[in-house]
Design a protein around this ligand. Structure first.
Ligand SMILES: [Cu+2]
Length: 140
């Protein structure tokens, strides 16, 4: 029993490392959230002089989890806010902060730092595809 629990823990840990490697190690084109079996769409957003990616495509009507990781100490980026969802969160340097958006309707939802200098857009579409012309639109 204990060994089984340990095995599950190790598997979960391995998955976490794999996710980190996959998103940060393998420089993908960025933009499209990954959809897990749970139905949650998840994507890492690096915060360093801006948001990377700064245009995030997701499927409308499904839960979204954005994992912000701030890799700088500049005060400018210490908060991120999603005015459409009433979300405002601190982003401590070096920590990953999960922001959950239950099920966005189709539309474009801007997000920004507290002073609006750094900007990004969450794009929720029924087909989950980014708008034409969006950078890095194709799924890797
Ligand atoms: Cu700012």
């Amino acid at each position: 029993m204990t060994i089984a629990v340990l095995a599950v823990d190790l598997a979960a840990l391995a998955l976490v490392f794999w996710i980190i490697w996959y998103f940060w190690g393998s420089k993908r084109a960025a933009g499209q959230a990954n959809v897990w079996e749970s139905g949650v769409q998840e994507i890492y957003v690096r915060v360093k002089g801006g948001y990377d990616p700064d245009r995030i495509a997701v499927q409308a009507g499904r839960p979204v989890r954005l994992l912000f990781n701030r890799q700088e100490t500049a005060a400018c980026s210490e908060m991120v806010q999603f005015p459409d969802f009433g979300i405002s969160r601190a982003l401590p340097t070096g920590e990953t902060v999960a922001i959950e958006i239950p099920a966005p309707k189709a539309g474009e939802y801007p997000f920004s730092c507290q002073m609006g200098m750094l900007r990004g857009t969450l794009v929720a579409r029924h087909d989950g595809r980014p708008a034409a012309g969006a950078p890095g639109g194709e799924a890797a």
